[in-house]
Every structure is written in C-alpha cells, then in structure tokens.
Design a protein. Structure first.
Length: 322
C-alpha cells in the first residue's frame, strides 16, 4: 500500500501502527517510532485509518507568492526576480486578496481528512500566518472542528517587513524637483507591515464523545497535560516564547520551527506512545519532537528534497536542535 514509505532507520522496524490501525501497540524503542511518507497529503491521508490518530500538529504552506507544494529556495529565487504585483517588491510582500479564498478551499480538504483520522476529542493544532488565520480557522470549523483557542508562537529574531516607497520615487521619470516634492509629501512612510514577532497557532478540537472524563477514558484525548509540558521552566500559557532555530547547514528548508516549541505542544496535547501526525512535515521538526517525547510520529512531505533532510535530522544523535 505504501510504495513511498521512507524509513529513516531499517525497514523492518518502521512503525505502521496508525496505518494498520493498531494504535495501542507500545513503542519498541524511541528510535523506531517515525514513519515518513513522501507525496501529497491529500492522497496519503486517505490511506490512514479512521479514528487512529491522537494529535495533528502542522505548519501548512500558506500559498504566499505561490509557496505551495513546489516551494524551495531555488523556486523562490526565480520568483524574486520576476517580482510581485508592485514592481520590485521582494517575494512574500505582494498582497493578493484571492490568496485567502484559495487557501481556505485547499485547507478544507486537509481538514476533512484530519476530522476523519483523529479520535473524538483529539486536537488539530495548526500554525498560520496572522493575516490568513481566519481562513484556516474557518476551513477547520466548516469541516466540524471546534475552535478552542489561539496561541501565539512568540519570537524576536525577525526582519522588518515595512517597505519604503522612496526608491520607487527615485526611479520615477520626473524632474528632481518633482521627486523631492513627492518624497517630502510621503514623509518616509512605508507599507503597513510591522516587524513580525508572532505566529498564530489555531487550536481546533474534534467534538468529544460525552463528557471530558468519558472521552478520556475511551480515547485518551481531549484533556491537556500542563504538568509535563513546561516551557522555559514554567507552565505554558497562550503565548509560547521560543526563539527561531538556528538551522543546521544541511537544512535548506525555509521555515523550520523550533523543536522545543513542537515538543511542548506534543507534551501538552498527547500522551507517551500515542500517534501524532504532521501532514506538512517539511524538514521533519515534528518527527524529531515526537521521537524526543516518546510518541509515534507520522510525517507527510510532498517535496522529495526535504526527505533527505528529514532522514539526516532524525539520524543525527545528540545534536543540538533547539
Ligand atoms: C511550512 S512548511 C513546514 C515546515 C516544518 N514545520 C519544519 O519545521 O520543517 C510546509 C511544508 O509542506 C509541504 N507541502 C506543501 N504542500 C503539500 C502537500 N499537498 N502534501 C504534503 N506536503 C506539502 C511543503 O513542501 C513544505 O515543506
């Protein structure tokens, strides 16, 4: 069934629990608990059994400037030179009002599958972009999820995004006097983008069956474990402050999340030995986090070049991954 199954260790020890629907199989060792699937998650999620996953943590593509399934550094560089709607604007800065509509339609399909594979009461944690999070939350709600909360991943390492108009004026085919006048009128104003310091995480929940207690006793989902999910030495709150990771040289992925952040979410929302799925696993951060926390991870990634990075990251032992 899984032609594209790519084990990072030896083939015999690859876990197929969710796929074969034996979710309570205990872990053999913390080293054989990851399943990597290469392909489109909309196809591959269909292969995962109904009600077999305890948690989904994911960081989907937002479709920013075509940053969909084909995104990688080379493709983005090409687009950079083509420029955006406003000539010369770097990739990521163009604004397309249709983007949210397209993203919502795509994410509804993903969310539909998430609803099917999750146990009742289980959580669907979705990273988003502030200006698109309403679309993603709506997609989740439209497919039956209850939107329970929104967390902020807070970081400080980021670049200013506001874009000055001055260089457009300087390049105008007008007299110096006219240009100086326009620059004076603009007064150094920029596009409305402050330096970003947070990313929203939408907290969706599949409706539970009966009371919290009944649902927990039957599925071991729907309640959180704050005792074992400390972050920066304290109880987690809705603002999770973790610095952006410094990537390994071999990791060319553009949007690597901090392992410590994903570990905290996994510890909060699941239990040791449970199955955690990431349908957009990128460079494999979620799989690293599931391994570090003793969960069974299933990661799906469409882009073949990232599979090597995942294998490398999971193969590196005692590496300083923050
Ligand atoms: C935002 S990145 C995830 C990064 C990840 N959190 C990490 O730390 O490395 C989203 C990933 O989804 C992948 N992707 C896009 N469309 C996909 C699809 N239909 N199925 C599976 N993966 C897809 C992209 O190639 C990209 O690597």
């Amino acid at each position: 069934m899984y032609k594209d199954l790519i084990p990072y260790k030896d083939v015999d020890s690859v876990t197929l629990t969710a796929i074969n629907k034996v979710p309570d199989r205990p872990l053999k060792s913390p080293d054989d608990d990851s399943t990597i699937l290469q392909g489109d998650c909309l196809d591959l999620m269909l292969e995962i059994a109904d009600q077999s996953v305890h948690l989904i943590v994911t960081d989907p593509p937002y479709g920013l400037d075509g940053m969909g399934s084909d995104w990688n550094a080379a493709a983005l560089d090409k687009r950079k030179s083509k420029a955006g709607v406003v000539g010369g604007l770097p990739t990521g800065m163009k604004f397309d009002p249709k983007q949210g509509v397209v993203l919502q339609a795509f994410f509804e399909k993903v969310s539909d599958q998430a609803m099917r594979v999750l146990y009742p009461g289980a959580f669907f944690l979705v990273f988003s972009a502030p200006r698109l999070s309403h679309r993603m939350a709506t997609a989740m709600e439209n497919t039956g999820f209850e939107i329970r909360d929104m967390y902020a991943w807070h970081y400080t390492r980021s670049q200013a995004k506001a874009f000055s108009m001055d260089h457009f004026v300087v390049r105008m085919k007008s007299s110096e006097r006219v240009k100086t006048n326009i620059l004076r009128k603009l007064g150094g104003r920029k596009t409305a983008q402050l330096r970003p310091q947070f990313e929203p995480i939408i907290v969706g929940q599949k409706p539970k069956e009966g009371t919290h207690i009944n649902n927990w006793l039957q599925y071991e989902t729907g309640l959180i474990d704050t005792k074992n999910a400390q972050i920066n030495g304290g109880m987690p709150s809705t603002v999770l402050a973790v610095e952006k990771p410094i990537k390994d040289k071999y990791n060319s992925h553009l949007t690597v999340k901090p392992v410590a952040l994903i570990e905290t979410l996994i510890k909060l929302f699941s239990k040791k030995g449970q199955i955690v799925l990431d349908p957009f696993v990128g460079s494999g951060t979620t799989l690293l986090a599931t391994r570090n926390t003793g969960r069974q991870g299933i990661g799906i990634e469409i882009n073949k070049e990232y599979i090597d990075i995942i294998n490398q990251r999971l193969g590196v032992r005692n590496h300083d991954q923050t």
